[in-house]
Ligand binder design. Structure first.
Ligand code: BGC
Length: 836
């Protein structure tokens, strides 16, 4: 293969090599027949396929082919069952190939730093060990079919606010131990075909241009062999990105910055070998993709059964007073719109057109049902009294509630952890009418439960996919035993979350450092609603016979109840309390065991150096006595033993003593973070006329510039056209589209518009907005800012040009909207449209 690629490269012109590194259209790489390079297709991911054969978009708005909608990662992660997730990955791989796609864009292993992140539902955990193991199993399963995967979003993309041009700032230890670790595991264990670089900056450098991230760490340290693709519109500087090893820019259709790369090579500023390396990786994937066996039909029923198993295995029983569950279907009434219109997946690029859909109402035919609220979670007086009456008439009232779409989505974060007020009123009304009330919760992340004491049981389904209703019915009626455990802490209140003050800023200070999730709550002894690793069962398990021999840990788990069930046994290590600061406990192993009543099973774990290591200018194992703990959750340690390690001396920073990090409690301050960060923290860029750049969005600049305001308004209006002309920020799709369009930096708009918004127009507008009409006119006249020579000649073109261009801008059609644009070049096709 390498020789073949070399031969192809040798024939290619510099321009063609550069051009190959930009995609052809929304989903395809370029085909270059004259060199024998085929195109390949990528489709979202991650919990099923979003294959678009018609109008393309990156937000899940337009139609996609029917595919199995598996539970999202919040539920998949909570299974703690790597075999099941492997089976899910395999099914997704089969479907992808069957639908004609070569690479599925998943899984997402970003860390859930804060429960407000709108995209948490797509990620596995707050803990890098769980996220890494789950992600690796998923990739292994998918790639076993021959399809490629794309591990995303690399890296430090932990909020939706300003995801396109935000700046995640953190110290290296936090980066290594928390935010890179899951990616490292997946790369090393499973070699995904591609890694998708994330939108934001990491410590001031865009992930697309980040040589340290993409080359030094990913390729050289971890041995990644595949291709790096940008997130859609994430490319910042094509020259730097080439040098960093960012191979393919997506979506395709624009040639933005290609001329700069060619110029940089000619001027000796960029070695041609960097272009060759990127182009070679695109060619390699294209040739591999050609070998894939596409369009074999897949088994819809079998995949639906896998989706159901994942939903059953990932549902978490949060409360079960008086063992009210399991129940008999004939005893209940179903209340709440979500019983029928189940919230089973999240909004955005992962949105799937399911092959079938089973709600609780469908799964429990004959059971009375009262909607009580509407899809937004709003209730009326009459709805509430109908629900009360129905609850009184039944033995047990089962209320379905949670977060409607409007509350969480890709593209924006939540402002708080509240459920809709209507849902709270509905639950309270029902619980007042019938003390035997059970709540089935649907949401992509933790919510506040002000009504918890009033109800007997809570079954948390997460976002359980298309078979979620059947899974919930089986769990409620005891056909399946709950065995899921939370892979994220449910905080008691939002202001107890250690990132409370720093989350959701454009330039985000990761000032809590390594104390994310349970690493903070356990160390601080801070109260939580439900701890990491928590989940109940209909049966009970005892732990005994802990043996620690060398690095090998074994124990016996017995099912002491009368129902078969599965226990998630978690292994934590607790490092010596002296030395470099460490969390109280850190997860280093887990296993899910299925045990019959009365039966015992041995579980075993093998620890390695990395299980004990910290990052301190490299991975180092501090010597000392470690506790090895086996627990049913991070707050329920059942067995504990000791293990002595020779290890090495790890330096302790002088500032550690008495700092927040030594004994974290409450919120870290800016000065704590300054010490941890150890260098100057970048302040937010000031937005004002005169310092506008292509890195800013028209939404950011609109209040300071009539030109940008007009661009924003026309963008908003264009998007609104897909919504009957209504500007409605309470519609999650509308909001997501505005945030992803009008709040993306102009350079990303140029790329994502597939050539419809030319670079020179955007650059001209920035210059005009900066009060620089001459440069503005030059750009609008056809020269981008990169083309410095020839500038003087263009100055006299007149003001009419500006007005003409503004008119053109008003008619710009953005990607990711409803409706068609004749001009669009990235409507999905064969990839041949960019044929040279
Ligand atoms: C998302 C990615 C997705 C891509 C293509 C982006 O906005 O962040 O996760 O794969 O769009 O739809």
């Amino acid at each position: 293969m390498d020789n073949k690629i070399k031969k192809i490269l040798a024939k290619m012109t510099l321009e063609d090599k550069i051009s190959l590194c930009n995609g052809a259209d929304f989903w395809h790489s370029k085909a270059m027949k004259k060199y024998g390079i085929p195109s390949f297709m990528m489709s979202d991911g991650p919990h099923g396929l979003r294959v678009q054969k018609g109008e393309a978009d990156m937000l899940g708005v337009n139609k996609s082919e029917p595919a199995t909608c598996f539970p999202t990662a919040v539920t998949g992660g909570a299974t703690w069952d790597t075999e099941l997730i492997r089976a899910e990955g395999k099914a997704i791989g089969e479907e992808g190939l069957s639908l004609g796609t070569n690479v599925v864009l998943g899984p997402g292993v970003n860390i859930k730093r804060d429960p407000r992140c709108g995209r948490n539902f797509e990620y596995f955990s707050e803990d890098p060990f769980v996220a890494g193991q789950m992600g690796a199993a998923w990739v292994e399963g998918a790639q076993s079919t021959g399809i490629g995967t794309s591990l995303k979003h690399f890296a430090a993309n932990n909020q939706e606010y300003k995801r396109f041009n935000g700046n995640s700032q953190m110290d290296e230890r936090t980066l290594r131990e928390i935010y890179l670790s899951a990616f490292e595991t997946v790369v090393k264990k499973a070699q995904p075909a591609t890694v998708m670089c994330a939108y934001p900056m990491l410590n001031g450098v865009h992930c697309s241009d980040n040589k340290m991230l993409l080359n030094d760490i990913l390729r050289e340290e971890w041995g990644f062999k595949g291709l790096v693709v940008t997130d859609w519109g994430a490319l910042c500087d094509r020259v730097k990105a080439m040098e960093a090893g960012c191979d393919l820019s997506m979506p395709g259709g624009s040639d933005y910055m290609e001329d700069r790369v060619a110029a940089a090579v000619r001027e000796g500023k960029l070695p041609e070998s960097a272009v060759d390396a990127c182009a070679a990786r695109v060619i390699r994937l294209a040739l591999l993709a050609k070998e894939q066996e596409l369009e074999k039909p897949f088994d819809i029923e079998a995949h639906n059964a896998v989706a159901q198993k994942v939903a059953e295995g990932g549902a978490v029983l949060l409360k079960n007073e008086d063992s009210i569950l399991p129940l008999k279907a004939e005893d209940i009434v179903l209340i709440g719109d979500m019983a029928k219109n189940m919230r089973y997946q999240g909004s955005g690029s992962s949105h799937i057109n399911p092959t079938k859909l089973t709600s609780l109402v469908d799964a429990l035919p004959g059971v009375p049902y009262v909607a009580c609220c509407n899809e937004k979670g709003e209730v009326t007086k009459s709805g509430l009294s109908e629900a009360r009456k129905a609850a009184r008439d039944a033995k047990i009232a089962v209320v379905c509630a949670g977060l409607p779409d409007i509350y969480e989505s890709e593209g924006f974060d939540r402002e708080n952890l509240k459920m809709p007020e209507g849902h709270v009123r509905m639950i309270e009304a029902v619980a007042d009418a019938n003390p035997n009330t059970v709540v089935v919760l649907f949401s992509g992340c933790a919510v506040e439960l002000p009504w918890l004491r009033k109800v007997k049981a809570v079954l948390y389904m997460g976002l359980p996919g298309q078979a979620g209703g059947q899974a919930a019915a089986n769990l409620l009626t005891g056909k399946a035993t709950p065995s899921g455990k939370l892979t994220e802490t449910w905080p008691l209140r939002l202001n107890l979350v250690p990132s409370y003050e720093t989350f959701g800023k454009k330039y985000t200070h990761y000032s809590e450092g390594i104390y994310v999730g349970y690493r903070y709550y356990q160390t601080a002894g801070a109260p939580v609603r439900f701890p990491f690793g928590y989940g109940l069962s209909y049966t009970a398990f005892s732990y005994s016979d802990l043996k620690i021999e060398d690095r090998c840990v074994t124990a016996t788990i017995t099912n002491t109840g009368s129902t078969e069930g599965a226990e998630v046994v978690q292994l934590y290590i607790a490092a010596p309390r002296s030395g470099l600061f460490r969390p109280l406990r850190e997860l280093k192993g887990f296993v899910k065991v299925f045990i019959e009543p009365g039966e015992s099973k041995e579980v075993s774990f093998t620890l390695d150096d990395r299980s004990f290591a910290v990052w301190s200018d490299g991975w180092k194992v501090p010597g000392g006595v470690y506790a090895v703990e086996l627990g049913a959750s991070s707050a329920d340690i059942r067995l504990s033993g000791e293990l002595s390690l020779k290890g090495e001396e790890v330096p302790v920073p002088a500032w550690q003593e008495e700092s927040w990090y030594e004994a974290p409690y409450g919120l870290p301050s800016d000065s704590d973070f300054t010490m941890l960060f150890g260098g100057p923290i970048q302040p937010e860029p000031e937005i004002r006329r005169g310092n506008f750049t292509m890195e800013m969005s028209c939404m950011e600049m609109k209040d300071f510039s009539p030109v940008m305001n007009s661009m924003f308004k026309s963008t908003e209006k264009t998007i609104a056209q897909g919504f009957g002309g209504k500007v409605d920020y309470s519609d999650p799709t509308f909001k997501m589209m505005v945030m992803s369009g009008a709040d993306s930096p102009l350079r990303a708009m140029v790329i994502s518009s597939g050539g419809v918004l030319p670079a020179n127009v955007a650059e001209g507008m920035v210059a005009l907005a900066n009060g620089n009409p001459i440069a503005g006119l030059q750009s609008l006249g056809g020269k981008s800012a990169a083309d410095k020579e020839d500038s003087e000649k263009k100055t006299g073109k007149g003001v009419k040009k500006i007005t003409d261009r503004l008119d053109a801008i008003k008619s710009i059609k953005l990607p990711a909207r409803k409706g068609k644009s004749k001009k669009r070049r990235h409507a999905s096709g064969s990839g041949e449209n960019a044929e040279k």
